[in-house]
Design a protein around this ligand. Structure first.
Ligand code: ATP
Ligand code: MG
Length: 265
């Protein structure tokens, strides 16, 4: 006799397009605090490289879209995604989407190829929907070599994990680079990490915002700029390192009110 089937028949997954919330709408929903929102806006304008990190359905794409909206209108933006979800309203947006292989198993165009190709299109910014493989290497290199201000997301549960995950993903490319060299690339490329979390009640929240202070071969080190405190239900903004202040000021931006510069030690 056949064992009873444990399956309960066909299952349909419907993947909805995320709503294109702007940062002000995210603010109104309590996803983050006003100081961090203002800080992130200035970071995008000052061309800092930002990684949005979070678990499944934590709101990464939504945040990436909201942040990308602050890229100035005159810049050429190239978006690269598996499924085109981003909706940017700037004038010069080139949208690229991956293509799966045909029935013969050929003709696939993966994210990696699109990132490489995008570099030949003289982009001012590259926005990659999600780094989940070897394309992380191309993204890190782009961030390090003249495409500062690029943005992407990674699937990780903490900001620290996001850095190690990027390093691991970059090692999955077909280019053989020593793992330690990848560590340096991550340190040099990533400036700010926005960590999202989906609470058990379904709320999406920025639980931390960190600045990467480690450089070259130093162990990854983060400077906490903002933390969500579950006990009080509030966002606690800290001080910013002097180097971050200087970087913003070099581009005519500055730290937002409410985020003081750290007293020098
Ligand atoms: N801050 C927010 N407040 C309320 N709802 C949100 C927020 N951010 C995202 N959402 C909703 O949560 C769902 C998932 O969002 P989104 O696709 O941005 O997450 P994701 O982390 O990119 O997911 P995936 O892991 O599938 O790529 C969407 O329906 C979106 O509209
Ligand atoms: Mg997504």
């Amino acid at each position: 006799m056949l064992p009873p089937l444990a399956l309960n028949g066909p299952v349909v997954t419907i993947r909805l397009f995320p709503k294109a919330y702007g940062l002000s709408e995210l603010l109104a929903r309590g996803t983050l605090d006003a100081t961090t929102a203002e800080f992130l806006r200035r970071c995008v304008q000052a061309r800092l490289n930002i990684i949005v990190s979070g678990g499944t359905a934590s709101g990464k794409t939504t945040m990436l879209n909201a942040l990308s909206a602050f890229i100035p209108d005159h810049e050429r933006i190239i978006t690269i995604e598996d499924a085109a979800e981003l909706s940017l309203e700037q004038e010069h947006v080139i949208r690229l989407e991956t293509r799966p292989a045909n029935v013969e198993g050929t003709g696939a165009v993966p994210i990696r190829e699109l990132v490489r190709n995008s570099l030949r299109m003289r982009p001012d910014r590259i926005v990659v929907g999600e780094c989940r493989g070897g394309e992380a290497l191309d993204m890190l290199q782009a961030m390090n070599t003249g495409h500062e201000g690029s943005l992407t997301t990674v699937h990780a549960n903490t900001a620290g994990d996001a850095l190690t995950r990027l390093q691991t993903l970059a090692s999955m490319s077909d280019v053989e680079i020593p793992f330690q060299a990848l560590h340096e690339q991550v340190n040099q490329a990533v400036d700010v990490i926005v960590q999202l979390q989906r609470g058990s009640d379904g709320t999406r929240r920025v639980v931390s915002c960190d600045y990467v202070v480690s450089a070259y071969d130093q162990p990854f080190r983060l400077h906490s700029l903002m933390r969500w405190q579950p006990a009080t239900g509030g966002f606690v903004v800290g001080s910013a390192p002097e180097r971050l202040r200087n970087r913003l000021e070099a581009t005519g931006e500055h730290l937002p009110d409410g985020m003081p510069v750290e007293a020098s030690r």
